[in-house]
Ligand binder design. Structure first.
Ligand code: 0O2
Length: 276
């Protein structure tokens, strides 16, 4: 505490101090979202459901520096989670996949400093998450700067639990009553059970998502072809095909939809219009 009072002048402008952290959070968030986009565009399962980023509030930085006895002039070096990015996954297996994707970038646009596995080693509170501490280089107007960031990777269930527990910690100023603590431990176990159950039906869920994607693709392709035929074929013919499409669509039968799409491709060729 005393150390911090002496060095309070080391950070005179918090906005200026935090600017590279905001840049780090923005850039990492964009990059993680692009990993997800790239996988989806290639028809692959993305392990990333959502990416959130935040820069720690000044009050929390000061509180952490005091708690860990970090002098103010050492905050940049010693407090590693001022820049924080959270990656939310649907399934526990996805967490590993995200970690692999991050390890692939190690030495390219980030350096992995440490990994903390609170999934296989849950905290006594019940907290589960996988943390990867990285150093990330940003370019500022005064030159390059290396910034520490903490990437937390967890499932939707783990995140739900952590968010609730975090607000309770605030409410009780860090001293959650014992009975509530026990209930939180029990609910962390329930969240863990939910994750296990979800993993068991993982294949079925992935298949269901695939069906939705295939249906969307077929509907796009069919409606585009019918639209083109309106310009080339007779109005009657185009209307007839449109009616047929609506009937097949209502059956929800993917095979029939696919066969109808093939039929339209043949018709489009006959009329010499764009078949795609
Ligand atoms: P915020 O508001 O999220 O920024 P610590 O000494 O535990 O504070 P340390 O040693 O830097 O922190 O590292 P740790 O424990 O690996 O990771 C710290 C961050 O993980 C925390 O940041 C939380 O975001 C999250 N976390 C760790 N333990 C728990 C827990 O029991 N419950 C919840 N809800 N989150 C946890 P901050 O600074 O505590 O908070």
């Amino acid at each position: 505490m005393g150390t911090n009072r002496q060095n309070l002048s080391d950070i005179t402008n918090w906005d200026e101090f935090l600017t590279p952290y905001f840049q780090t959070v923005e850039e990492l968030t964009v990059k993680l979202n692009f990993i997800s986009n790239e996988l989806t565009v290639n028809g692959l399962h993305s392990p990333i459901e959502r990416v959130y980023g935040r820069v720690k509030h000044v009050a929390s930085i000061i509180e952490k520096a005091n708690r860990k006895d970090v002098p103010f002039n050492k905050i940049r070096e010693k407090i590693e989670d001022i820049a924080g990015v959270r990656v939310i996954c649907k399934f526990v297996e996805d967490i590993d996949h995200v970690v692999q994707l991050l390890r692939m970038r190690d030495g390219f646009d980030l350096k992995i400093i440490q990994e903390r596995d609170y999934i296989n080693n849950a905290k006594p509170s019940g907290y589960q998450s996988y943390h990867v501490i990285v150093r990330y280089k940003v370019m500022t107007v005064t030159g390059p700067m290396e910034i520490s960031a903490e990437i937390q990777i967890r499932t939707l269930a783990m995140n739900f639990w952590a968010t609730i527990e975090h607000s309770l910690k605030y409410k009780y100023n860090g001293n959650i009553p014992e009975d509530l603590k026990q209930r939180l431990i029990a609910s962390a176990q329930a969240a863990h059970k939910l994750d296990i159950e979800m993993s068991k039906i993982h294949d079925e869920i992935t298949e269901a998502q695939q069906v939705v994607l295939v249906r969307e693709g077929l509907v796009n392709s069919i409606t585009k072809k019918i639209h083109n035929l309106y310009f080339i074929a007779t109005l009657e013919k185009a209307n007839e095909l449109n009616r047929e499409f609506i009937e097949i669509y209502q059956t929800c039968n993917l095979e029939e939809l696919s066969a109808f799409n093939d039929k339209l491709t043949t018709i489009a060729h006959v009329y010499n219009v764009d078949a795609y």
